[in-house]
Design a protein around this ligand. Structure first.
Ligand code: SF4
Ligand code: SF4
Length: 85
């Protein structure tokens, strides 16, 4: 598992699933271009601190492309907004 923090949550990548994913669409989907391929899975091209400070814009594009065109290895974990009582 490869993980990194975002401004409000984290991204978890099941690297075993990535090994079987040829196209790796998550990388091209990332508009700020903070992902690269490393050891057959996506990894940060920037340092972890920068990703956690907002370079990852939490757009979910990587997760959507992974789900529809990849092998489902990537999950963006964001806290749910509070529901007013
Ligand atoms: S699209 Fe999903 S399964 Fe494929 S390399 Fe990216 S994170 Fe891994
Ligand atoms: S959530 Fe958006 S900005 Fe963050 S890694 Fe995925 S595609 Fe890139």
């Amino acid at each position: 598992m490869y993980k990194f923090k975002t401004l409000t949550g984290e991204i978890a990548i099941d690297t075993e699933k990535c090994s079987a994913c040829r196209a790796k669409p998550c990388i091209a989907a990332c508009l700020p271009q903070i992902l690269k391929e490393e050891n057959a899975h996506p990894a940060l091209v920037i340092d972890r601190e920068a990703a956690a400070k907002g370079k990852c814009i939490e757009c979910l594009a990587c997760e959507l492309d992974c789900h529809y065109q990849g092998k489902g290895g990537l999950t963006v974990l964001l806290p749910l907004p509070e529901v007013p009582a």
